[in-house]
Design a protein around this ligand. Structure first.
Ligand code: HEC
Length: 135
């Protein structure tokens, strides 16, 4: 049974590696600080989102990448929003992510797509809008 002990010890060292050991030495707090330069991970698929954006959103929104020219809502090229914000806007309606003064410019209210689109479809559209406005 003695060999088992030494095997797991060396396997553990191999799994940890020098980088992990250094991170441990630097402390958990330092390792948990996110990098400012790292691009946020995208949840949805921009490729799947494009046709959905064109058919569902383009009628009310300008988005250069989609070639859409709707004017009922904000020009999305002018408001580069993070993917989670766009997900919220689609799910609950655009007004849910806007302040009163910005809202005052719009005479139509954007519908909430919570019961219209699936979670995946909402994520895909949001990923497409995010990618199209962050180049
Ligand atoms: C019927 C027209 C209409 C449709 C369709 C529509 N929107 Fe909107 N959208 C608006 C309006 C109008 C606003 C401004 C808020 C409000 O009045 O509800 C808005 C606001 C937004 C905002 C917030 C913009 C900001 O300045 O913060 C986002 C993001 C957005 N819409 C994305 C979408 C996406 C993505 C779709 C497709 C799933 C979509 N919209 C479909 C009309 C529409």
């Amino acid at each position: 049974m003695r060999w088992r002990g030494s095997l797991s010890a060396s396997a553990g060292a191999a799994l940890l590696g020098p980088a992990a050991a250094a991170a441990l030495a630097a402390g958990v707090a330092a390792a948990a600080v996110p990098s400012k330069t790292a691009k946020p991970k995208i949840v949805g698929s921009p490729v799947a989102g494009k046709p959905l954006f064109v058919s569902t959103c383009g009628i009310c929104h300008v988005l250069k990448a989609a070639g859409s020219a709707g004017t009922a809502g904000p020009n999305l090229d002018r408001v580069p929003l993070a993917e989670p914000v766009v997900i919220k806007a689609i799910t609950l309606g655009g007004a849910s992510v806007m302040g009163q003064s910005a809202l005052a410019k719009y005479h139509t209210r954007m519908p909430a797509y919570r019961n219209v689109l699936s979670t995946t479809q909402i994520q895909d559209i949001a990923a497409y809008v995010y990618r199209s406005t962050h180049r």
